[in-house]
Write a new protein. Structure first.
Length: 80
């Protein structure tokens, strides 16, 4: 419906919408270990954009990028 409003503005056509996904799980994996780590605002914007594309899963891939205070074994041996 949002796509139709974006295309037609306030003058909506008379229509019937029949829409469903081909796959129940449609997702992406975002590797936040390699480059700049996104802020929460960036992630929320990404979620909104993906939802508009009917993507319903977002997986954040992390490695030793984050220094977890209570789990130094994850990151202690790696340089920053």
């Amino acid at each position: 419906m949002i796509q139709i409003i974006e295309q037609c503005g306030s003058s909506l056509p008379c229509l019937e919408i029949s829409d469903w996904p081909d796959f129940p799980n449609r997702g992406i994996m975002l590797d936040v270990s390699r480059d700049k780590v996104p802020t929460m605002d960036t992630l929320l914007s990404l979620v909104d954009m993906l939802a508009g594309w009917k993507i319903n899963e977002l997986q954040l891939y992390t490695e030793h990028t984050f220094a977890y205070r209570n789990h130094p074994e994850v990151w202690a041996a790696y340089s920053r």
